[in-house]
Design a protein around this ligand. Structure first.
Ligand SMILES: [Zn+2]
Ligand SMILES: [Zn+2]
Length: 466
C-alpha cells in the first residue's frame, strides 16, 4: 500500500510536517514526518550541503540510529540557509510555534451503546457525535493511531481524508482536524450560530467531500495545492501553514505593551493636521469651509454612531472628505477590532489580566496604607494606583491596541495562520447553515449520507417518502 498523508479537514495542511533543528538545538527539537527525532531522508544529498559555508548547515553521524533507515545515520542540522526537505527550517519557525500541529483529533460518531462521559457538556452531550482526544503521534492513514486518553470507549482511530467507498458506516469514518483548528471552528460557530453543530459538520463532510481540501468550495491559499505532494513539501516562506493558530508564544506579552501605553488627551485619537504640512493642492479637503460640511454640526455621540456603521475603508474616505472626522474617538477602534478582526478574541481578556495584575501588585505593595506612601508618589501615578486598587476599568488607548494587532497579524506566523483558518471556518459554517436551511425546507431531493446521519439530522430522504 502506498504512502498517503492525512490532512486536517479544516485547514487542508498535512499532519506529517517536520522540523529540522538548528545547529544550536537539542535532538528533541527536530522531528520528521512520523514524529521521530531522527530524519529518515538522505541528509548527504541535500542541496544546502553542497555549500555549507553559505547555508550554515552540517551533517552529523549518529552511531546507532534507533530506526532502520540507512540514511538516518547522517542527521542534518539546519543553518539559516537550509534547503533540506525533511522539515521546516528551525531558524524560521520555533518549536513552540509548531506545537500540536502534527497531531489530530477526530470528529466521529459515538459507538453504539456508549455511555455518557464525565464532564460532558454543551453540544457534545446532546449529539451522537463527539470530538476525540488528541493523537499521541502524527496520525497514519492506514493503521490506527493511539489517542492521549479514552473517550466514549475509543482509544485509537484511523482517520480519513474523505468518505471512501470502503467507508460504508459513518461510525468507521473519523474526520481528522487539528486541535487548534477545531478550537477556532468552535469559536466561530458560537459567534455565528450560538452552537457547535457537530452533526452538521459531519453531514457536510459526507455530502460535499473534497480530496484536495476536506470540503468542497473552500478558499484555501493556492500554495497548499503545490505543497501537497506524496510527502508534504516544506517550502521556505510557507512556515505559517504549520504554526499553531491558537497557542501563539508571546502573544499576550506583546499585547500588554499596547495596553499599558498611557492614553493621552480626553479619549480622542488626535491625528496630525496634514493641512498645516501640505499645500491646498495636495490636500483637497483643506479647501472646505466648515460651514458647507454638514457633519461639523453633529454632536460627537452621533458622529460615533456614524463611524461604527462604516468599514475601515469607508472611514478612511470619510476622513478625507470631512474635517469633522479628522479626530476619531479611541473607542471607535475597539469596535473596529471586534467587527473587522474577530479572530483577536483575547482583546478584553488581556485587558482584564493587566488590570488584575496591577490590582494584585499594588495591593501587595501598599495594602491599605496607600495614604502613608502618597507623599512620595507623583500625583498622576497615585491616581493610577488608586483607580487600579478600586478596580476601575483602565482607560485603554484602543488605537494603539489596534495598530499593535495589525502589525502582529502581518509578522507573526501563528496569527497569519489564525486569520486564514478563521475565514475557512466562517465558510464551513455558512455551508452548514445553508444545508440545514434546505433540510428544514423539506427538500427531499437534497441528499445527506449516510442514511443514519440523515435521520439524526431530522431529514426524510426521497426514497423514504416513496
Ligand atoms: Zn488544521
Ligand atoms: Zn540544510
Amino acid at each position: 500500500m502506498g504512502y498517503t498523508e492525512l490532512f486536517c479537514q479544516l485547514c487542508a495542511v498535512s499532519f506529517n510536517i517536520g522540523r529540522v533543528r538548528t545547529t544550536y538545538e537539542p535532538l528533541e527539537d527536530g522531528w520528521d514526518s512520523t514524529g521521530s527525532p531522527y530524519h529518515a531522508r538522505d541528509a548527504t544529498s541535500s542541496r544546502c550541503m553542497s555549500n555549507p559555508s553559505d547555508s550554515g548547515c552540517k551533517n552529523i553521524v549518529i552511531k546507532t540510529p534507533p530506526n532502520v533507515h540507512h540514511e538516518s545515520r547522517y542527521q542534518h542540522l539546519a543553518g539559516p540557509g537550509c534547503t533540506f526537505e525533511g522539515g521546516y527550517n528551525g531558524h524560521r519557525i520555533g518549536v513552540r510555534e509548531m506545537r500540536g500541529m502534527n497531531c489530530a483529533r477526530y470528529i466521529l460518531k459515538k459507538p453504539r451503546g456508549a455511555l455518557s462521559e464525565d464532564g460532558d457538556e454543551g453540544e457534545e452531550k446532546l449529539s451522537q457525535y463527539f470530538v476525540s482526544a488528541v493523537t499521541t503521534s502524527p496520525p497514519d492513514a492506514f493503521t490506527p493511531t493511539r489517542l492521549e486518553y479514552v473517550r466514549y470507549g475509543v482509544s485509537q482511530v484511523i482517520g480519513r481524508n474523505y468518505p471512501s467507498p470502503g467507508c460504508q458506516d459513518d461510525e468507521e469514518c473519523a474526520i481528522p482536524v487539528h486541535d487548534a483548528c477545531w478550537k477556532i471552528f468552535e469559536k466561530v460557530s458560537i459567534r455565528k450560530s450560538g452552537r457547535v453543530d457537530l452533526e452538521g459538520f459531519a453531514a457536510l463532510w459526507w455530502r460535499e467531500p473534497c480530496r484536495a481540501s476536506g470540503i468542497q468550495g473552500l478558499k484555501h491559499d493556492s500554495v497548499i495545492r503545490e505543497l501537497r505532494e506524496k510527502w508534504w513539501i516544506h517550502r521556505r516562506g510557507t512556515e505559517y501553514l504549520a504554526a499553531n493558530p491558537v497557542d501563539i508564544p508571546g502573544f499576550k506579552l506583546m499585547m500588554q505593551e499596547a495596553y499599558t501605553e498611557v492614553p493621552k488627551g480626553d479619549g480622542v485619537f488626535l491625528v496630525k493636521d496634514s493641512c498645516k504640512r501640505s499645500s491646498s493642492l495636495e490636500a483637497p479637503y483643506c479647501g472646505y469651509e466648515d460651514e458647507v460640511d454638514p457633519f461639523m454640526t453633529l454632536p460627537s455621540e452621533l458622529k460615533s454612531k456614524v463611524l461604527v456603521q462604516l468599514s475601515s475603508k469607508d472611514v478612511s474616505s470619510l476622513r478625507l472628505a470631512s474635517r469633522a472626522f479628522k479626530q476619531l474617538p479611541k473607542r471607535f477602534f475597539r469596535q473596529l477590532i471586534l467587527d473587522e478582526t474577530p479572530w483577536f478574541w483575547e482583546v478584553d481578556q488581556v485587558k482584564s489580566e493587566i488590570e488584575e495584575y496591577y490590582q494584585a501588585t499594588f495591593q501587595e505593595n501598599y495594602g491599605n496604607d496607600l495614604e502613608m506612601f502618597s507623599e512620595g508618589i507623583p500625583p498622576a501615578w497615585l491616581s493610577f494606583v488608586n483607580e487600579r486598587m478600586q478596580r476601575k476599568p483602565m482607560d485603554t488607548n484602543w488605537h494603539q491596541v489596534y495598530k499593535q494587532l495589525k502589525t502582529m497579524e502581518r509578522g507573526t506566523l501563528g496569527l497569519r495562520n489564525r486569520v486564514r483558518i478563521w475565514k475557512i471556518a466562517e465558510d464551513v459554517i455558512s455551508k452548514i447553515k445553508e444545508m440545514r436551511c434546505r433540510l428544514e425546507a423539506g427538500q427531499t431531493e437534497f441528499r445527506v449520507f449516510p442514511p443514519e446521519l440523515a435521520q439524526i439530522m431530522g431529514h426524510i430522504q426521497k426514497q423514504d417518502v416513496l
